[in-house]
Design a protein around this ligand. Structure first.
Ligand code: 9J3
Length: 298
């Protein structure tokens, strides 16, 4: 037994040394394919070059596992969706909160969608179903802390590439969270609801998705004023789903999936390959009734 252990340890050391000193070969080629330095900073490319079809697909190319987390640690537990193959490097991570009276099932479709494209996703339950957005923001941050410090998948996560999202009061919570912790890379607010409209202190790139006919969080009182109030966000966008109600974002949708995935890829991973799906801004038409954003013009 002892001999076998020493041999395995020796083999691992030789392997590490060979990769570190190689100047050519598959290991180096792989590293170049997934970490690209550009004038705009290091990119963390995970997965193959995207296509319109791939960003709209229900699943990407990564296998992932689902891990149940019990209530505790400052939030109501949840499900972690984590890619299993770390051969391309670590992943960004996104915590997502549901809305008032909802469970994680309201936002669970983003788990497989994003995890299979190379993100660790944490769909959480809140401590109480009637928590308000400020509490949901605190819970999202507690979930990220659990994910990066205590969870079984902590070693797969790049703590410098974290983001938050949520539905309705959870979307309001995602704005709270990114306001509290400006080092977060992005926020995605899905039919967000919040009593506050001024978000001038938020700096992270923020995507807001609204439903044109949302009667619970009407876009004229919530999503659109939030978008307008994000005066300091480095990038922002407002996607409005034609005819969409409050729950349009809680069900699999190819357009919403395309923007949520592309936003996460572009701003959590700095993956410029996804810029093409965000800019230029789409023309209004089809299932998009309004779109505003910070894409460069011309
Ligand atoms: O989280 C949500 O769905 C917001 C619903 C709502 O209108 O709450 C008012 C108390």
């Amino acid at each position: 037994m002892l001999t076998a252990t020493l041999l395995l340890a020796g083999g691992a050391l030789v392997g590490t040394s060979a990769v570190g000193t190689a100047t050519a070969g598959p290991a180096v080629a792989g590293a170049q394919a997934t970490a690209v330095s550009t004038a705009a900073g290091e990119e963390f490319r995970r997965g193959p070059d995207p296509t319109r079809q791939s960003v709209e697909a229900a699943r990407g190319t990564f296998q992932f596992e689902e891990i149940s987390v019990p209530r505790g640690n400052g939030f109501g537990g949840g499900t972690i969706y984590a890619p299993t193959d770390t051969s391309q490097g670590t992943f960004g991570a996104i915590a997502i909160a549901p809305g008032f009276l909802e469970s994680k099932s309201a936002i669970s479709w983003y788990g497989p969608k994003l995890a299979s494209n190379g993100f660790v996703v944490f769909a959480i339950d809140t401590n109480s179903p009637i928590d308000f957005p400020n509490t949901r923001g605190t819970e999202l941050l507690a979930a990220l802390d659990y994910l990066t410090k205590q969870s079984k998948v902590a070693s797969r996560i790049d703590v410098g590439r974290l983001a938050v999202a949520g539905h309705s009061m959870g979307g309001g919570g995602s704005l709270e969270a990114v306001n509290t912790r400006p080092e977060l890379k992005a926020a995605i607010a899905l039919a967000p609801w919040h009593p506050r409209q001024g978000w001038d202190s938020v700096t992270a790139p923020t995507l807001i998705v609204g439903g044109q006919n949302d009667g619970i969080a009407p876009v004229n009182q919530h999503a659109k004023p939030f978008y307008n109030g994000l005066t300091s966000a480095r990038e922002k966008a407002y996607l409005e789903m034609k005819g969409g109600d409050h729950f349009v974002v809680t069900k699999p949708n190819t357009t919403i999936g395309r923007y949520v995935l592309s936003w996460a890829k572009r701003y959590v991973d700095n993956d410029s390959r996804y810029e093409q799906f965000l800019c230029p801004a789409p023309a209004v038409g089809g299932d998009i009734s309004d779109y505003r954003g910070t894409c460069p013009t011309g």
